[in-house]
Design a protein around this ligand. Structure first.
Ligand SMILES: Cc1cc2nc3c(=O)[nH]c(=O)nc-3n(C[C@H](O)[C@H](O)[C@H](O)COP(=O)(O)OP(=O)(O)OC[C@H]3O[C@@H](n4cnc5c(N)ncnc54)[C@H](O)[C@@H]3O)c2cc1C
Length: 359
């Protein structure tokens, strides 16, 4: 069992629309620190299956940690989907679900930047958390561009109406309803987004929507550097079924807050020091192997969810040495410049490296 998985009680199930529910969690006091989260992050829920034992699905927290909300995720039924329908049909107040600790880096770092938030359907969930937090923590302007099938499918419609009344100068909500305007087009979205060209962009939803919105933003010449994206997709991995970390093998020297002598680099391996969870490990890092795979093989409990470079859970920092990533969908240029990398995609380039995980 994954050491970052916990059994959590659902306190309440809130019906948001005919197709979407929010699950409000009761986090026990002793897990409070582990379940501390930032606006925009997600939980990963284990859903039982007769076919595969279980599947894992990510759901963004729609609650704000800054507004006194209890942690909640909001799940919309996917037509023909498995887990979303199972959760909507089977979870009730008092149900116990197995959940991984919050993860993800779809998180604003500066609450005083003006924000253009673009969401479609259930893509509103992390955006709602960001929006509520920004209104409370910052003084910036926020525009939400929100696409839905029709009026009845707009999740959080009433909350948004109330917030626009409360913050008329700071919050603008622009609805795009397919029932009135057809599917969102790049031209139409660009027209709506044009007045907000200087804003930082947070974009979330299914791939069709994120694609057309990116086209709209490109038409407006909005730099990729200010765009953050969370794309909804189902996991192919099941991070719940990973074995518990094994005791470190002899090749690994694990010490607490002390530096062991580095494993010597060779033609096929680099030497890496990894600081994680208060421990330091000195490892030989085969040049063709991704860092996360190496850590897990050594029984080191590194965080991960998707293993496909999308979720940002395995983010770590290169303190010394050079690395390269095979794929990167999660980190923006600014974060790359800070030395951040995704362990699930990272290979060593130099001989001697130092990596830190920041939990
Ligand atoms: C970071 C992130 C955040 C997200 N946040 C949200 C959110 O806030 N709200 C939201 O609604 N969605 C969110 N999603 C999307 C969510 O994770 C799921 O992708 C979505 O709910 C669809 O999952 P599904 O299983 O219902 O549908 P699908 O994945 O389309 O279901 C079909 C899949 O399930 C398999 N399957 C079918 N039957 C079974 C069975 N009996 N046993 C095992 N497998 C089976 C099929 O083989 C197929 O692969 C998020 C995704 C990501 C990556």
């Amino acid at each position: 069992m994954n050491a970052r998985a916990h059994r959590i009680k659902v306190r309440e199930v809130v019906s948001e629309t005919a197709e979407a529910v929010s699950l409000v969690f009761d986090i026990p006091e002793d897990l409070g620190r582990r379940f501390a989260y930032s606006p925009g992050q997600f939980l990963t829920i284990q859903v039982p299956s007769d076919r595969t034992g279980s599947v894992a699905r990510c759901y963004s927290l729609s609650s704000s940690p800054h507004c006194g909300d209890r942690p909640a995720v909001t799940i919309k039924r996917t037509p023909g989907g498995y887990a979303s329908n199972w959760l909507c049909d089977n979870i009730a107040a008092g149900s116990i679900v197995t959940v991984l600790e919050p993860a993800g880096n779809f998180v604003p770092r500066n609450w005083n930047r003006d924000l253009l938030l673009c969401a479609a359907g259930s893509g509103i969930t992390p955006v709602m958390s960001i929006l509520k937090s920004a209104l409370l923590l910052g003084r910036s302007k926020i525009t939400l561009l929100y696409a839905n099938r029709d009026r009845s499918s707009v999740i959080f419609a009433e909350q948004l109406r109330q917030l626009t009344q409360r913050y008329p100068r700071r919050l603008t909500v622009l609805h795009w309803l397919e029932s009135e305007r057809g599917l969102p087009t790049a031209r139409g979205l660009a027209g709506l987004a044009k007045p907000y060209r200087g804003y930082e962009v947070y974009l979330c939803g299914p791939s069709g929507f994120t694609m057309v919105t990116r086209q709209a933003l490109a038409q407006l010449r909005i730099s990729e550097r200010v765009i953050r994206q969370e794309e909804y997709r189902s996991l192919t991995e099941n991070p719940f079924e990973r074995p518990a970390p094994a005791p470190a093998p002899a090749a690994t020297i694990a010490v607490t807050s002390a530096i062991a002598s580095a494993a010597a680099p060779g033609a096929d391996t680099a030497a890496v020091r990894v600081d994680i969870d208060g421990q330091t490990h000195q490892l030989a890092w085969p040049r063709g192997r991704k860092l996360l795979d190496v850590l897990l093989e050594h029984g080191i409990d590194a965080p991960y969810v998707c293993r496909e470079s999308a979720c940002g859970t395995c983010v770590c920092r290169v303190e010394r040495g050079r690395t390269r990533m095979l794929m990167n969908e999660a980190l923006i240029d600014e974060e790359l410049a800070m030395g951040l990398t995704l362990a699930c995609q990272t290979l060593p380039e130099s001989d001697d490296l130092h990596i830190t995980f920041d939990q």
